[in-house]
Design a protein around this ligand. Structure first.
Ligand code: SF4
Ligand code: SF4
Length: 432
């Protein structure tokens, strides 16, 4: 629907010249009345409260109407940089009649959180979008590619639709033993929640094997669930499938209850976010760490075998950085690797630019292609290349494949994409 809000200009109801009498001397004076001219109240037409009323009925979606149009959110919204989108623009569209629940804009937000960081009115897209998407789902409005992921997750417990029995297949080529709790029960310090992309995606599996070797060399007492693992489901929740997420919480916590562990570590910032923010709301509290937080305090124990002569730049994952405040652990690890030169991108840390994978965006590239000039991952890869880096370093399982594709499609094939753990694995002395 085109934006059609129309303001009727104010009409002066007093003359442009006014005769004002002094209340003291009674003397009259003729004044140009700009300073006190009365106007009839400005009338706004073509505006309707219907869209906001519909959202206000959805728990979590109320805050869109709080927007007062300051525009701070637009320059920081990653989607607006490649399209026409942002909370202020969305507010305006809903104000002028857009039904968000049936509009493509519903699926554009990656829930990256950068608008909320700057919004004076706390318009919270992290709450609005899941609530509105959940309502859209119940009306049958969902992009096909996302529906496909929901069905795969429901059926197989992972977004890729892979056989759960192959969850631990990556361990075979790790070169070190990996303990699977169902086969070797007993207390363990760190339960390593591998999540979907490190379990199944070929590039994720390489990072998982690197983690296994590093954890082994550092003497960490760790184990995985293997075939019993199901996704923690945070991206499915943010994409609107709250019912699926709640079912996953029940399954996951029932499995975890079978084992004795002190901490959970995961390579997935989305899973990490679920463990620290969403599972406790449902009565399940764990000591949860991102894998960079597990390893950063141990960095002095690493014996290095060689220098890596790489110029690298680092992409902050939205759900590790902005959502959970962790900017230092990844940088501690990167800076500890001998020979590495870290060059920050202009947009980093709190203002890091989203890769496009959050909030279900990981599975919506086909859909969003029709509404943006380029993918967010392509935009980010160009920013990375501008630093002169030869390697884009990441620590989120979504990012390696996204950025490798984007490096190729933007003509930056020289830019390698590596997880931090792969660099540590390459540089460390595994015997030491
Ligand atoms: S920053 Fe907040 S109040 Fe300002 S335009 Fe954006 S959503 Fe509205
Ligand atoms: S959460 Fe991120 S993508 Fe969504 S509207 Fe805000 S800034 Fe844009």
């Amino acid at each position: 629907m085109p934006i059609s809000g129309r303001k009727v200009p104010p009409r002066a109801i007093e003359k442009e010249q006014a005769t004002v009498a002094s209340t003291i001397s009674g003397r009259e004076v003729e004044l140009p009345a700009m300073w006190n001219r009365m106007f009839e109240p400005r009338v706004l037409t073509d505006y309707t409260p219907d869209g906001f009323a519909k959202l206000a009925e959805l728990s979590g979606a109320e805050s869109l109407e709080w927007c007062y149009g300051c525009g701070k959110c637009i320059p920081v919204c990653p989607v607006d940089l490649v399209g026409e989108y942002g909370p202020r623009k969305l507010h305006r569209k809903v104000q002028t009649g857009l039904d968000l629940l049936s509009d493509p804009d519903l699926w554009m937000c990656t829930t990256c959180g950068n608008c909320l960081r700057v919004c004076p009115k706390e318009v919270d897209m992290i709450q609005i979008m899941p609530a509105a998407r959940e309502a859209a789902l119940s009306e049958g409005n969902v992009p096909g590619e996302l529906q496909d992921v929901f069905e795969k997750t429901f059926r197989y417990g992972n977004a890729l639709g892979e056989n759960p029995r192959r969850r631990a297949q990556w361990t075979r080529d790790a070169g070190v033993p990996v303990r699977i709790l169902s086969k070797e029960p007993g207390p363990v310090d760190v339960l390593f929640y591998v999540e979907d992309y490190w379990s199944y995606h070929p590039r994720g599996q390489e990072a998982a094997r690197a983690f296994a070797r590093v954890a082994h060399a550092l003497g960490i007492d760790w184990a995985i669930l293997g075939p019993e693992e199901k996704t923690l489901g945070d991206s499915q929740r943010l994409a609107g499938e709250k019912g699926l997420f709640d079912a996953l919480v029940e399954d996951v916590t029932a499995t975890l209850a079978k084992y004795e562990f002190a901490r959970i570590a995961t390579p997935d910032p989305h899973g990490f976010n679920a463990l620290v923010k969403e599972y406790p709301k449902r009565g399940h509290t764990f000591e949860a760490l991102h894998y960079t937080q597990l390893l950063a305090p141990l960095v002095d124990k690493i014996t290095w075998a060689k220098e890596l002569p790489y110029k690298v730049t680092f992409h902050d994952p939205c759900y590790l950085g902005r959502h959970n405040g962790e900017y230092d652990a990844p940088r501690t690890l990167i800076n500890a690797i001998p020979g590495i030169e870290l060059r920050e991108m202009g947009r980093c840390k709190q203002n890091g630019y989203c890769c496009g994978g959050g909030g279900g965006g990981m599975w919506l590239d086909g859909f969003t292609r029709d509404h943006t000039s380029e993918r967010l991952s392509e935009r980010r890869v160009r920013e990375a290349a501008e630093t002169g880096a030869d390697t884009l370093v990441v620590c989120c399982p979504y990012e390696v494949s996204r950025f490798e594709d984007a490096a190729k499609s933007t003509g930056n094939g020289h830019l390698k994409v590596r997880d931090i753990i792969e660099l540590i694995d390459e540089a460390m002395d595994h015997a030491g």
